[in-house]
Design a protein around this ligand. Structure first.
Ligand SMILES: Nc1ncnc2c1ncn2[C@@H]1O[C@H](COP(=O)(O)OP(=O)(O)O)[C@@H](O)[C@H]1O
Ligand SMILES: [Mg+2]
Length: 168
C-alpha cells in the first residue's frame, strides 16, 4: 500500500490487492462519526464494495453485501451505518428522494457507491473517494469536502499513512 499526501484536504492511497482495499476500509470505519458522508465514485469493479466491507468489519458487521438491488441498507453497528448504491437509480432526482440526508441528520454515517449519480449531496461532513485503476492496483483519491470533519480527516490520513508504511 502506498500513501501520498496532496494537500491538507486530499491524499492518494494506492492498494495492490482486494485485501488492502478492505484494510483501508477497515481503517476508515474506525474514523466514522455521526453525519459523516462518504461519496464513493468510480466505475464497476474498482473496489467500492470491497472498501465498504472493510468499514463494516470495523463496525462489527458481518455479511455486508452490495445493496445494488435494493439501493440502500441500514446497519445498527457501533455507529449506525447506511450503505447505498446508486447504480440502479432511474434519474438524478431519485438520489435526493432516497432520504439519505435524513439518515445523516439522525446520526448515521453513510457510504454511497456510484455517488457521481447524486447531483446535490450535502457537504458539511463529506469525504469524496474516487476509485480508479487496473489489474490488481487501485488508486483511491480521498478529498475532504466538509468543513466540520477536519479533525477526523486528518486522523484518518495519519492512520492510513502509518499502515501504508508498516506494510512496505
Ligand atoms: N486492489 C484492489 N482493490 C479492490 N478490489 C480489487 C483490487 N484488485 C482487484 N480487485 C477486484 O476488483 C473487484 C472489485 O469489486 P467491487 O468491490 O465489487 O467493486 P465495485 O463495488 O467498485 O463495483 C473484485 O473482483 C476484486 O477482487
Ligand atoms: Mg459495488
Amino acid at each position: 500500500m502506498r500513501f501520498q499526501r496532496c494537500s491538507d484536504s486530499s491524499f492518494v492511497l494506492t492498494t495492490g490487492s482486494p485485501d488492502e482495499t478492505f484494510a483501508a476500509g477497515r481503517i476508515t470505519g474506525g474514523h466514522l462519526c455521526p453525519g459523516m458522508l462518504l461519496l464513493l465514485k468510480g466505475s464497476l469493479g474498482m473496489g467500492k464494495t470491497r472498501f465498504v466491507q472493510g468499514i463494516g468489519d470495523a463496525l462489527g458487521l458481518h455479511g455486508v453485501k452490495s445493496p445494488t438491488f435494493i439501493i440502500m441498507r441500514e446497519y445498527n453497528g457501533k455507529t449506525p451505518f447506511l450503505h447505498a448504491d446508486l447504480y440502479r437509480i432511474e434519474n438524478k432526482n431519485e438520489a435526493d428522494s432516497l432520504g439519505i440526508e435524513e439518515y445523516l441528520d439522525d446520526g448515521f454515517a453513510a457510504a454511497v457507491e456510484w455517488a457521481e449519480r447524486w447531483e446535490t449531496p450535502p457537504s458539511e461532513k463529506r469525504i469524496d473517494i474516487e476509485f480508479s485503476g487496473s489489474g490488481d492496483e487501485r488508486l483511491l483519491v480521498f478529498t475532504m469536502n466538509g468543513c466540520k470533519i477536519r479533525e477526523e480527516f486528518t486522523a484518518l490520513a495519519d492512520d492510513l499513512k502509518s499502515i501504508a508504511l508498516t506494510e512496505e
